[in-house]
Design a protein around this ligand. Structure first.
Ligand code: PGA
Length: 249
């Protein structure tokens, strides 16, 4: 079974409600026929999900807390996201790991919660520049996969997409070469085969993220194990993002 091509945008802390609605209106006018995923700020989820009802844009969140409710000031639960209209969540994004110091066990709790609730997760992993220079890339990826996916069943893997995002390539303009990305993706697939089985490893979508632009997407996606992209900066403008989606086809 061929894996589906998936293009997802991550707006990070950009766009108010009105800016999000303007974006959706403009993007929709470009006639992009493929389904696209947009992880928008919390405040924009509900209005954006409503505005996207009859479109091929799927709205999701950039983070969530693993608990269902409680004294967690400033946090958001999966129930809140679902009712607001989110259909997926990013988990373990490098900014969560590095800026907000989230560790693998906390990320695992979030993945378990999302899996339990049959909610789609984009599980992000990736090495820092230092780790790559020290030849630790494989070890880091294997660790993040093993710890992040602990106790996630084979069946629950149906609701997980992995995003390989080398930290040194995020927002820096330094993209991994298609060969470097392919090598990491193929290694991730080998780890998944070890943790689960060949079928799961072959069926699971693995996206590349880190300075993906309209002019480098085609080469990246032509690699055997790259099934799509998680896009930050180039997803912020409807014209560049729609061009990127078109160039991925
Ligand atoms: P970038 O971000 O495309 O701006 O490098 C990617 C991401 O953080 O998901």
């Amino acid at each position: 079974m061929a894996r589906k091509r998936i293009i997802a945008g991550n707006w990070k802390m950009h766009s108010t409600i009105s800016q999000s609605l303007d974006y959706i209106q403009t993007f929709s006018s470009f006639d992009v026929s493929d389904k696209v995923y947009l992880a928008v700020p919390y405040t924009a989820i509900h209005p954006a999900a409503n505005a996207c009802k009859d479109t091929n844009i799927v709205i999701g969140a950039q983070n969530m807390h693993p608990e269902l409710k409680g004294a967690f000031t400033g946090e958001i639960s999966i129930g809140m996201l679902k009712e607001a209209g989110a259909q997926f969540v990013l988990i373990g994004h490098s900014e969560r790991r590095h800026v907000f110091k989230e560790d693998d066990s906390f990320i695992n709790k979030k993945l378990l919660r999302a899996a339990e609730e049959n909610f789609l997760s984009f599980f992000c992993i990736g090495e820092t520049e230092q780790q790559r220079e020290n030849n630790q890339t494989k070890e880091v990826l294997k660790n993040q996969l093993t710890l992040g996916l602990a106790n996630i069943s084979s069946k629950q893997m149906n609701n997980i997409i992995v995003a390989y995002e080398p930290v040194w390539a995020i927002g820096t303009g330094k993209t991994a070469t298609p060969e470097m990305a392919q090598e990491a993706h193929s290694y991730i697939r080998a780890c998944l085969a070890e943790l689960y089985d060949d079928t799961i490893a072959q069926q699971l979508s693995i996206l590349y993220g880190g300075s993906v632009k309209p002019d480098n997407i085609a080469e990246l996606i032509s690699q055997k194990d790259i099934d799509g992209a998680l896009v930050g900066g180039a997803s912020l403008k409807p014209d560049s993002f729609s061009q990127l989606v078109k160039n991925s086809g």
